[in-house]
Design a protein around this ligand. Structure first.
Ligand SMILES: [Zn+2]
Length: 262
């Protein structure tokens, strides 16, 4: 990824998705919360979102946000959905963790504070997706389901899809109990590097970046079209919010992608 400096709202861009006239995208950084958690003053979040919108050049009225529930639900978004969830909680798309569209001028957004944000772009059929893959979503192979939806609905060929796996909790910091480790061992029996012994006896470390990368390969993406940010949210407190580090008070950062044909 490359970092774009801004005094108010620094952000990141994937090299895989940059320098193209037909899409805009970003992953927000810094200490400004854009997440609408229950305890936060909505006016602050609205202000932060408008500020970010200005910095990345995508009006907040174009954002589309879902109520993320750690599911594998993939929802197709249309032009009429523009602005849903952008400035309030109530109008969000209900119960979804991946959004897909072929409409221009709609910025598909996902929020994270450790979970893996994944942005997808089919450069031939001009289809985009934004995915929120926590450990549950990763275990439910939400990125595979998203690519399937792109194929079914829009005829995307997986070999044409570029992917960015964003900043999120790294294996360095994702220590889990046996129960979660067992889920990933079963899902990736041949990939020994996904689960390894933790720093504490009886704990395990799980590599969600590699898990999502392998899932995208299974879905038919080419290895050279997948970029892994490799930035751990827990290890970078100045740049990213982290639920594991900051607890229930953690803010949220966001990843967004939009098609723009003109
Ligand atoms: Zn870490």
């Amino acid at each position: 990824m490359e970092r774009i400096e801004d005094k108010d709202f620094p952000f990141y861009r994937f090299k895989q998705l940059s320098g193209r006239p037909d899409i805009r995208h970003f992953v927000s950084s810094g200490r400004k919360d854009i997440g609408f958690a229950e305890a936060v003053d909505p006016a602050v979040i609205r202000r932060n979102r408008m500020e970010l919108a200005q910095v990345v050049g995508i009006e907040v009225e174009r954002w589309v946000i879902a109520h993320q529930i750690h599911s594998a639900n993939v929802v197709v978004v249309g032009g009429e959905d523009a602005g849903r969830g952008a400035l309030d909680r109530e109008s969000r798309i209900p119960d979804a963790d991946a959004l897909v569209t072929d409409r221009e001028g709609i910025c598909l957004m996902v929020f994270s504070a450790d979970c893996v944000p994944v942005l997808l772009f089919d450069s031939v059929k001009k289809v985009i997706a934004a995915v929120h893959a926590g450990w549950r979503g990763t275990a439910a192979q939400i990125v595979v389901r998203t690519v399937e939806k792109m194929r079914e609905r829009y005829g995307s060929c997986p070999a044409d899809i570029r992917a960015g796996i964003g900043p999120s909790i790294g294996k360095c910091c994702f220590e889990v109990e046996e129960g979660v480790a067992a889920v990933f061992r079963q899902l990736f029996p041949a990939a020994g590097s996904i689960v390894s012994a933790g720093k504490v006896s009886g704990k395990y470390q799980v590599d969600l970046w590699e898990a999502n990368r392998l899932e995208l390969l299974t879905a038919g993406l080419k290895a050279e079209n997948i970029e892994v940010a490799g930035l751990c949210t827990v290890c970078h407190p100045e740049q990213f919010f982290s639920y594991r580090r900051d607890g229930s008070k953690a803010g949220r950062f966001g990843a967004g992608i939009m098609l723009c044909f003109r």
